[in-house]
Design a protein around this ligand. Structure first.
Ligand code: ADP
Length: 624
C-alpha cells in the first residue's frame, strides 16, 4: 500500500505528458505560419501577465491572503549569456493542475475548424486569425526552442514547473518560487536572438504597453554584470486623455489590445458622461467578425469595467447580449474601488451606466444605418444576425432595431430596410411578407414564393436561426403586420397576377378527394391553388408555427405534436392535369399521391418519413 503511494507521489513530482491533439496541431501551425509577425509573442505573454494581476487584485478584495505584493509589476529580463528571455509577473499564478489545464489542453470549441481555416489562409491573414482565436501563450514557440513556466498560485506555498519544446509533449515538475506569480522563460531560437536586444524589446513594448495599467519593467544586464531596471510604459489610461490628444493609431492599438483583434474598428466612441452618473467610456464597433464569434456559447457582453482606472471585471454586462460585439472600457468614479461581486449585481449605478452606454451605442449604429452605405452593410453582415436577437429579446429597443435592420429580399440583390420595403408595397398590400429558410439559394428557389413573384409582391428572405423567432415578437412595423409567405396564400387573392398565359386548369373535383383518400392522416387537406407557376405541389401550414419554424423546433429537440400540412396542388401543371385525367378514367393514383407529398416535402427541405419507400415508388413510376 505504502509503495503505491510513494510511487504515485514521485510520478506526480516530475512526469511527462502529451499535449491534447488540438494543441499539437495548433502549435505546429502557429510556429510555421507566423514567421513574419513573430514579435506578437511578447504582447501575448505580457497581456496574460497583466490579466493574472488584474484577477489577483480583484480576488484579493474578498480574500485578504491573496493581496498583491508592494509595487506589483511585470518584469522582462533578456539574458544574452543564457540566451533566455523571461517574463515574470505578480499575478494569481497557476497550480500544477491549472498548468495542465491551461497550457496542455485547449478547452474550446472550434479548435479543429480554426486549424483548418488557418492552414488554408493566406500567410498575411494568419496573424489576424490567430489573434481572433487567441492562441496567446503558444505563440512563444515561434521564437523559443523550449519554454519553461514556473508558477506559484497565490494563497498556496507550492510552486510547479511546466516545460516543453512544443513538439507533442511537456514535462511537469516541482519548483521553487519565493512569491506567488508566474515566470515564463523562453530559450530563444538562434534566429530569434534579436528579441534579446533591450532596444528591440523596448520598441516592441512601447507600441502597446501603454494600455497596460501595470508597470512593465525591463531589466537590462550590463557587460560588467550590473543590472539596470527601467519602467517602459506610462500606464496612463488612454480613455482618460482628452480626445484631441489621442491619435487615430493610438485608438486602433488600444482596440487591438483590448479586443485581441487586428482589424480597423468600424467605429470608435469616446465620451465622458455626466449627469445622474459619471463615467468615461471608450468603445469600439469591430470592423471584422471575430473568428469563432457565431459559435461562442457565451452570449454576454465583455466590455471592461474600471473604477478609477483600475480594472474590476469584464463580466458586468454593460450592454445587452445582442450588443456583445462591442469592445472597450467603461471607467467610473461612482463606485468604490473595493466593489464586490454582490454589489456589482445590485447597484443602481451600474444599471444607469448600462442604460446610458446602450443608448449611446444604439444611437451610433442608428446614425450609421441612415447612410446604408458599403461600410454599414459590411458591419451588418458581420453582426446583423446577433443584432436581430434583440428583436426577439429586447422589448425596450425592438422597434429601434427594426429601423436599422437589413434584409435580403426578392426585390433585388441589395439588402433592404423595412422602410424601403414599405415604400415599395402595393397599394392593396397590408402586410410585410417574409420567408424563412436555410439559405438564400434555397429560398430563392422555393415554391412558396411562386405566387408572390407572379403577382409582383416583394418578400423578405430570412436565413439566420433567430429569424424563425423574432417576426412573431416584433409583430408589426409602422402598423404593417409581418406575415410568413408560407402562411399567406389566401392573401394572394388580393393581388392580380402578372403572368398572362397560365395555361389551362384541370378539373380537380375528383382528384382532390382521391388524393386526400390516398394520403389519409398525413395531410390535413388537399386543395387546388393558383399561387404556383412552375411547381406541381407545395406544402402549407395552417394555424400554429410555419413549416420552417416547425423544422427548427423539432431539430432543437422540442416535442411538437405532429401537425399535418396542407397539400396544395397546381391544377395548371401538366402532371396534375394528367393525374386528374387518370382519376376521371377510374385509375388508381395511390403511388402518385405518396410521391407528390414526398416531393412537396423535399421541396421544403423536410426529411422524408420513409425515404426507401419514396425511392421505390419513384423508381417504379419512372420505369413505367
Ligand atoms: P488566453 O489568454 O486567450 O486564454 P493563452 O493560451 O494565452 O490563452 O493562455 C491560456 C490560459 O493560461 C489563460 O487563460 C490563463 O488562465 C493561463 N495563463 C497564461 N499565462 C498566465 C500567467 N502569466 N499567469 C496566470 N495564468 C496564466
Amino acid at each position: 500500500m505504502s509503495d503505491i503511494k510513494n510511487s504515485a507521489t514521485e510520478s506526480s513530482q516530475s512526469e511527462q505528458r502529451q499535449f491534447s491533439a488540438e494543441v499539437g496541431r495548433l502549435l505546429d501551425l502557429v510556429v510555421h505560419s507566423l514567421y513574419s509577425d513573430r514579435e506578437i509573442f511578447l504582447r501575448e505573454l505580457v497581456a496574460n501577465a497583466a490579466d493574472a494581476m488584474d484577477k489577483r487584485r480583484f480576488e484579493s478584495l474578498t480574500q485578504a491572503n491573496l493581496a498583491l505584493p508592494e509595487n506589483p509589476h511585470i518584469m522582462i529580463m533578456p539574458d544574452k549569456k543564457s540566451k533566455t528571455l523571461s517574463v515574470s509577473d505578480d499575478g494569481l499564478g497557476m497550480s500544477r493542475e491549472e498548468l495542465v489545464q491551461n497550457l496542455g489542453t485547449i478547452a474550446r470549441s472550434g479548435t479543429k475548424a480554426f486549424g483548418e481555416k488557418l492552414s488554408n489562409a493566406k500567410p498575411e491573414d494568419r496573424p489576424n486569425l490567430i489573434g481572433q482565436f487567441g492562441v496567446g501563450f503558444y505563440s512563444a514557440f515561434m521564437v523559443a526552442d523550449r519554454v519553461e513556466v514556473i508558477s506559484r498560485k497565490a494563497g498556496t506555498d507550492e510552486a510547479a514547473m511546466w516545460s516543453s519544446d512544443g513538439k507533442g509533449s511537456y514535462t511537469l515538475g516541482k519548483a521553487n518560487r519565493e512569491q506567488a506569480g508566474t515566470d515564463i522563460i523562453l530559450y530563444m531560437k538562434e534566429d530569434a536572438e534579436e528579441f534579446l536586444e533591450p532596444h528591440r524589446l523596448r520598441a516592441i513594448i512601447r507600441k502597446w504597453a501603454d494600455n497596460i495599467s501595470w508597470p512593465v519593467v525591463l531589466r537590462e544586464t550590463k557587460e560588467d554584470g550590473t543590472s539596470d531596471e527601467q519602467t517602459i510604459n506610462e500606464g496612463k489610461a488612454l480613455w482618460l486623455r482628452p480626445k484631441s490628444e489621442v491619435k487615430p493609431e493610438q485608438y486602433t492599438e488600444f482596440y487591438h489590445h483590448i479586443a485581441h483583434a487586428f482589424d480597423e474598428p468600424y467605429a470608435t466612441l469616446h465620451w465622458h458622461a455626466e449627469g445622474t452618473v459619471e463615467f468615461t467610456s471608450l468603445l469600439f464597433l469591430p470592423g471584422a467578425r471575430p473568428f469563432d464569434f457565431m459559435e461562442q456559447q457565451d452570449r454576454e457582453s465583455h466590455i471592461h469595467l474600471h473604477v478609477r482606472r483600475m480594472f474590476i471585471t469584464d463580466e458586468a454586462k454593460l450592454v445587452p447580449g445582442w450588443m456583445r460585439f462591442v469592445q472597450g472600457v467603461v471607467d467610473t468614479d461612482d463606485l468604490p474601488l473595493n466593489v464586490s461581486r454582490e454589489m456589482l449585481q445590485s447597484t443602481p449605478v451600474l444599471a444607469r451606466i448600462r442604460k446610458a452606454v446602450t443608448r449611446r451605442v444604439l444611437n451610433e449604429i442608428k446614425s450609421r444605418a441612415k447612410d446604408n452605405d458599403e461600410s454599414f452593410r459590411n458591419f451588418w453582415n458581420n453582426f446583423g444576425s446577433v443584432i436581430k436577437e434583440g428583436l426577439w429579446e429586447d422589448s425596450e429597443h425592438r422597434q429601434e432595431i427594426a429601423e436599422i435592420a437589413l434584409f435580403h429580399t426578392t426585390h433585388d440583390e441589395n439588402l433592404t430596410t423595412l422602410d424601403e420595403y414599405i415604400s415599395r408595397m402595393k397599394p392593396e398590400q397590408e402586410a410585410i411578407y417574409y420567408l424563412v429558410g436555410e439559405s438564400l439559394s434555397a429560398l430563392k428557389a422555393s415554391a412558396q414564393l411562386e405566387g408572390f413573384r407572379a403577382r409582383g409582391v416583394e418578400v423578405l428572405l430570412l436565413t439566420d436561426p433567430v429569424d424563425s423567432f423574432w417576426p412573431d415578437r416584433l409583430h408589426s412595423y409602422k402598423d404593417k403586420v409581418l406575415r410568413s409567405a408560407a402562411q399567406s396564400s389566401s392573401d394572394l387573392e388580393k393581388f392580380e397576377s402578372q403572368v398572362k398565359d397560365q395555361g389551362e386548369a384541370a378539373e380537380t373535383d375528383k382528384l382532390v378527394p382521391a388524393l386526400k383518400e390516398a394520403l389519409g392522416e398525413s395531410v390535413k387537406e388537399v386543395r387546388p391553388t393558383d399561387r404556383l407557376t412552375g411547381s406541381a405541389v407545395v406544402l402549407a401550414s395552417e394555424g400554429g408555427p410555419d413549416l420552417a419554424m416547425q423544422r427548427l423546433l423539432r431539430r432543437s429537440g422540442q416535442n411538437l405534436p405532429p401537425m399535418a400540412p396542407v397539400l396544395e396542388i397546381n391544377p395548371r401543371h401538366p402532371l396534375i392535369r394528367r393525374l386528374a385525367e387518370r382519376v376521371a378514367e377510374g385509375e388508381t393514383i395511390a403511388d402518385y399521391a405518396t410521391v407528390l407529398l414526398d416531393l412537396a416535402r423535399v421541396q421544403e427541405g423536410e426529411s422524408l418519413p420513409d425515404p426507401a419507400g419514396f425511392s421505390r415508388r419513384l423508381t417504379g413510376l419512372l420505369a413505367q
